[in-house]
Design a protein around this ligand. Structure first.
Ligand SMILES: C[S@@+](CC[C@H](N)C(=O)[O-])C[C@H]1O[C@@H](n2cnc3c(N)ncnc32)[C@H](O)[C@@H]1O
Length: 185
């Protein structure tokens, strides 16, 4: 990893060390309760990821990607503790560069936004599979003016950025966070 990545890694390691949660994101709970084709799950910017653990508890193989080796270590330990270690593959990578190279029944990303990642992530969804994404909207900058605009969804995003061949299932806002569920046709 480059020095710039390393500062992200260290910053996020400190945050995960301070408060690790193994609760699944509610968008992941919704997505995993929907009909999905056979196949693995990809959790992008997973953190300590209760969502990956939930997917594994559903019998899915999960690839969990994050820049924080601390978060991935905690996740791997918890997966082993729950007897799910064989189903969860942690990948230590910077998502400004890493791209999926295989297809998934569910591609999940909660609490992270990068426009350049969205298209490749959508292309990694199997036919009939689901893309689930939760991120801040620009509204979040009212309360957190320091939040860079490029980390926030603009009007209509991310649905407007979907490649052809997706149907939006829904895209509600919860305060300053938007949840997208879309199915690949
Ligand atoms: C707000 S947390 C969300 C964690 C988890 N998805 C959730 O919903 O609880 C953002 C996550 O993105 C990860 N992250 C931040 N920048 C990243 C990058 N460039 N590449 C990979 N992961 C990154 C952080 O380590 C952190 O785990």
């Amino acid at each position: 990893m480059t020095a710039a990545d390393d500062s992200d890694r260290l910053r996020w390691n400190a945050r995960h060390a301070e408060r690790a949660s193994f609760s699944a994101h509610r968008l992941a709970e919704r997505a995993l309760s929907m009909p999905l084709p056979n196949g693995p799950v990809l959790d992008l910017a997973c953190g300590t990821s209760g969502s990956a653990l939930l997917a594994a508890a559903h019998g899915r193989h999960v690839t969990a990607v994050d820049v924080s080796d601390m978060a991935l270590g905690l996740l791997a330990d918890e997966a082993r503790r729950r007897g799910l270690g064989d189903l969860v593959t942690p990948v230590h990578a910077d998502l400004t560069e890493w791209r999926p190279s295989s297809s998934h029944a569910l591609v999940l990303c909660t609490g992270y936004w990068d426009r350049a990642l969205f298209g490749p992530a959508a292309e990694a969804v199997l036919p009939g599979g689901v893309l689930a994404w939760a991120a801040f909207t620009l509204e979040a900058r009212r309360e957190r003016p320091h939040l860079p605009a490029e980390w926030c969804l603009s009007e209509g995003e991310p649905a407007t950025l979907l490649p052809r061949g997706f149907a939006v299932l829904d895209m509600p806002d919860f305060g300053a966070t938007r949840h997208l569920l879309a199915r690949r046709l």
